[in-house]
Design a protein around this ligand. Structure first.
Ligand code: NI
Ligand code: MN
Length: 226
């Protein structure tokens, strides 16, 4: 799997011939709007962790052009199906074998409403198992004891965790999350996009190092292979 960081909580994953886009928030993100062209993205699937604006902003524009299947919880899937998009509904604890690999929709502790107030179900994250690799995308979440369940079933090669604090886990809690997950390779996301979630990169990397873990912080468009 080749993972590209497209700013905030937006991740693009290449799995063989397939492209999977997660939580696109690009055109109103000051950090990405001049660097990432949404018309150059050609996902087969768009995975949505929850309905907040900073995770769904560019879903419709990209799905309309590409015909990508939108994968999310039942409420978010029905919201997009009613608008004519192709969807695959899931819910917490459920897995599905897609053509690119197996996906599980995991628990997250957060909220989930669309910008217009429409109920967006309960928020989640994803475990993706493909090509003998396993990736966990936590979504926006607090530190949760439920994370301890994940290594009972999966050996994670990479965990993508929010580290920006205020709306989600901060660095200290993300280090505990990595312990719960039994994963030493962490890609940080959901930081620096707005004033509430600015972090000190060097301090964050050092704290993970002290905890025996590697925190990867990628520039916009940079890639990481697992
Ligand atoms: Ni959120
Ligand atoms: Mn968010």
């Amino acid at each position: 799997m080749i993972i590209s960081f497209l700013g905030h909580a937006c991740i693009s994953i290449e799995i063989g011939q397939y492209n999977i886009l997660v939580d696109p928030f690009i055109t109103a993100n000051e950090k990405t709007k001049d660097l990432v062209d949404i018309d150059a993205l050609n996902p087969n699937y768009i995975l949505v962790t929850h309905a907040h604006q900073d995770h769904i902003l560019d879903v419709e524009a990209i799905a309309r052009r590409t015909g990508a299947t939108i994968v999310s919880n039942y409420e978010i899937a029905m919201y997009y199906q009613a608008k004519g998009f192709t969807v695959h509904p899931m819910n917490h604890g459920g897995s599905w074998n897609f053509d690119f690999g197996k996906v599980k929709y995991t628990n997250a502790i957060h909220t989930s409403s669309f910008p217009d107030g429409t109920y967006g179900g309960q928020p989640g994250g994803f475990i993706i198992h493909a090509m003998d690799k396993t990736l966990y995308i936590a979504g926006d979440t607090a530190l949760s004891m439920d994370m301890q369940l994940i290594p009972m079933q999966y050996s994670l090669d990479l965990a993508i965790l929010p580290i920006g604090d205020n709306f989600t886990m901060g660095v200290e809690d993300a280090i505990l999350a990595a312990d719960f997950l039994g994963c030493t390779e962490i890609l940080g996301y959901h930081y620096d996009t707005f004033g509430y979630i600015e972090i000190n990169h060097a301090h964050a990397i050092e704290k993970f190092q002290v905890g025996g873990k590697t925190l990867h912080l990628l520039d916009i468009g940079a890639k990481l292979e697992v």
